[in-house]
Design a protein. Structure first.
Length: 147
């Protein structure tokens, strides 16, 4: 049963990845370096991450046997240049595997904020928006852009 779930998750990830590249063609107006979440929101996201994501993706977001890391170099190379909306939609539509509707949209947005915090992107004074279209305007960038 676990193997079937893993295969389904891999196929879904590939399909969502292709869709994400299409979404990426939309323009972005800000960066994860611009303080796009609040620390309180990231703090709210830690508990649902630990209870619903940590068993597969690791307590330190390092990934597992069948799950990719959500922090660090490999994560950043997978999402660099994409939008926060791309990341959110991957989580919204496919996580947790087999029960993607288990967590509310708000909880999943808070988890994304936790992931951004864990990846050392700075917090700001406004929560990450709930709407995917708004998150699509926030670019994930490995390096802080010069301003």
């Amino acid at each position: 049963m676990k193997l079937k779930l893993a295969v389904v998750a891999i196929i879904a990830a590939a399909a969502i990845g292709a869709f994400s590249l299409k979404l990426h063609a939309q323009g972005t107006t800000s960066s994860v370096w611009d303080g796009v979440y609040t620390q309180a929101q990231a703090d709210r996201g830690q508990a649902p991450y630990n209870s619903e994501c940590g068993s597969c993706h690791g307590g330190q977001l390092e990934g597992g046997e069948m799950s990719p890391p959500l922090a660090g170099g490999e994560f950043m190379s997978n999402y660099n240049g994409l939008s926060v909306g791309d990341l959110f939609e991957r989580i919204r539509t496919g996580m947790p595997p087999g029960t993607p509707n288990k967590l509310s949209r708000e909880m999943k947005v808070d988890i994304v904020a936790y992931m951004l915090s864990f990846n050392k992107f700075p917090p700001g004074d406004k929560d990450l928006p709930q709407l995917t279209a708004m998150m699509n305007t926030i670019k994930i960038e490995t390096e802080k852009p010069a301003k």
